[in-house]
Design a protein around this ligand. Sequence first.
Ligand code: CA2
Length: 156
Amino acid sequence: MSQDAKSAAGRVLVLNGPNLNLLGSREPAIYGRETLADVEALCRDAAAAHGLEADCRQTAHEGVLIDAIHEARSAHRGIVINPGAYSHTSVAIRDALAAAYLPVVEVHLSNIHRRESFRHHSHVSAVADAVICGAGSHGYALALTHLAQLVNKEAR
Ligand code: CA2
């Protein structure tokens, strides 16, 4: 097994974009009452239930998200991403995900289709294997369950 394959063994990347560090502090009607730490703990539990390890990161910076996606090519088996508002604006994040050649599940806490029209389109959705929105924090558990299925299918 190569060094890259060894370091990626069982690890998945969970990426949260701008403002998601504010979870639990404001707008509970839209985003729920759980904090980012709660969501990340839920992700680690959901990943562990499928024999995977969730590496959880949050940043407000587009370039940092892109660097993490590049890193994932050799360090992770798949990606769960909530790009936040960058979903609606970032062709660069879309291109990085397309170039990663990893399974990708996009998550949104809110149902973006029931909100303002500028949230209805996500550049990321076209390169994601699955998109989950409107399920609140449970969406991350659903995303990791599906990602585990994709990762394990690739391993067979
Ligand atoms: O529904 C989602 O998960 C979003 O990705 C969240 C983004 C929004 O721009 C997307 O359209 C949909 C915003 C995250 C902001 O999170 C906050 C949490 C608490 C208080 C304020 C903002």
